[in-house]
Write a protein that binds this ligand. Structure first.
Ligand code: UDX
Length: 436
């Protein structure tokens, strides 16, 4: 099929490349000139595991074209996938301006029947609104499908080919079947439903995963108070198949471009629809609180005041395997410590450049070498569980530090036996210092 993918962010670009690899003819439309220039010159503007191999292959075989010209692209395709940004506004609302702009253009420029597929995360009800506002008045017949994505950053290519399900929201069985054919090579249940329900699946999925994380974080906080160990509790809870073992890792909580935005977006949607989603509010609050608890643990361990103290923060990305620092717990923690007068050394294998854009004017020193970052510090916070940090020589690090040798394992990821035997004061979220 000939498909236009509009927007080449991490969702649009992965979709465009994978669709081309599956044999479709793809025109990827991007209006940002510098991004387009990179793509047209054979360079990827983002890092995603496995994407560069696919990109090289499909550009060499000319199975994908990059263009700024939406109107021109629409002349050549039978399907248009919208994958533009839907950022949050300051009050948590979802900003649909880019979606509206693209929908208006498709309605204006379409000259032949076409299927429009929404990949961007949009609030339930958006598809029906777009149909009413734009597509029902278009020049040509337009079928609309909601087809949410569940791609994890860093694993997006794997997730594209190995989804647990493909959700297709449509008011027409024929167009739903047409999209199912586009994904013919992907072995996963294809679930067809109405448009608004498909939109809700995306929000409900992310909100539920965020709920699991906040839930286990609350249990971890309680474990500390009653003397239980979260490393024993969480896996045993997760072994119940009705609960499931994933997303029960306690620690600093979730960050990134999706969970924070989508949970707050759903809270706003609830309010707007006259519904008080109390559980979701608590999930968001617990997640924010974990960062404060982390700072409190370090401040107390350093005698109640961090003024003039040297603290290393290992990990700036919101999770390992990405340079993305959006809503990363480390940045809030650093901001708090700096405003309390601490001198922070920040270290990350990939995310320093992105972090520098946010952490301005607060004297943070950036290091790519964790040993240099920790030297001379009274405390170290592990904020992102990069594999290279887990394998550090913690004995050597302790020897380069100053007392009281505080280590906050913000992801419950280190071998606490090793850490304690090195002589650190070890803090975590819900782990006992010694395991039975
Ligand atoms: C998420 C969803 O997984 C994906 O389906 C959706 O489409 C986009 O949002 P992503 O943001 O890439 O993907 O990150 P993910 O790997 O899901 O982790 C999200 C955050 O939760 C990270 O900050 C991670 O550290 C944290 N997390 C995850 C925990 O704190 N505990 C866990 O048990 C799991």
């Amino acid at each position: 099929m000939r498909i236009a993918v509009i927007g080449t962010g991490y969702v649009g670009l992965v979709a465009a490349c994978c669709l081309a690899k599956s044999g479709h003819e793809v025109i990827a439309v991007e209006k940002d000139k510098s991004k387009l220039n990179m793509l047209q010159n054979g360079m990827l503007p983002i890092y995603e595991e496995g994407l560069s191999d696919i990109f090289e292959h499909i550009t060499k075989d000319k199975r994908i074209v990059f263009s700024h010209d939406l109107k021109g692209a629409l002349r050549h395709v039978d399907m248009a996938m919208i994958a533009v940004g839907t950022p949050a506004t300051s009050d948590g609302r979802v900003d649909l301006s880019q979606v509206n702009e693209v929908a208006a253009s498709i309605a204006e420029f379409s000259q032949k029947p076409m299927t429009v597929v929404m990949k961007s995360t949009v609030p339930p009800g958006t598809g029906e609104m777009l149909l009413r506002r734009y597509f029902s008045k278009a020049n040509a017949d337009i079928e609309y499908i909601s087809n949410p994505e569940f791609l994890r950053e860093g694993k997006a290519v794997w997730d594209w080919y190995n989804p647990d399900r493909i959700v297709i929201g449509s008011s027409s069985r024929d167009s739903a079947n047409l999209l199912a054919e586009v994904y013919d090579d992907i072995k996963a249940p294809k679930i067809i439903m109405d448009i608004t329900s498909a939109e809700m699946v995306k929000y409900a999925s992310n909100a539920f995963l965020a709920t699991k994380i906040s839930f286990i974080n609350e249990i971890a906080n309680l474990c500390e108070r009653v003397g239980a160990d979260i490393d024993d509790v969480a896996p045993a809870v997760g072994m119940d198949k009705r609960i499931g073992k994933h997303f029960l890792q306690a620690g600093l909580g979730y960050g990134g471009s999706c969970f924070p935005k989508d949970t707050k977006g759903l809270e706003y949607i609830s309010l707007f629809n006259d519904y008080d989603f109390n559980l979701l509010k608590a999930v968001i609050e617990v997640n924010a609180k974990q960062r404060v608890i982390a700072v409190r643990k370090v401040v107390q361990a350093l005698g109640g005041d961090v003024m003039g103290k040297n603290i290393a923060v290992l990990g700036l990305a919101f999770k390992p395997g990405t340079d993305d620092v959006r809503e990363a717990p480390a940045l809030d923690i650093i901001d708090h410590l700096c405003s309390d007068g601490a001198k922070v050394n920040a270290c990350d294998p990939m995310a320093i450049e992105n972090a520098k854009k946010i952490l301005k004017n607060n004297g943070v020193k950036f290091y790519s070498n964790p040993y240099e970052a920790c030297a001379g510090c009274e405390a170290v916070i592990l904020a992102t569980e990069w594999p290279e940090f887990l394998k550090l020589n913690w004995k050597a690090i302790k020897e380069s530090m100053k007392p009281p040798f505080v280590l906050l394992d913000g992801r419950n990821a280190l071998d606490r036996g090793v850490i304690v035997s090195c002589g650190y004061e070890y803090y975590s979220f819900g782990r006992r210092t010694k395991r039975l």
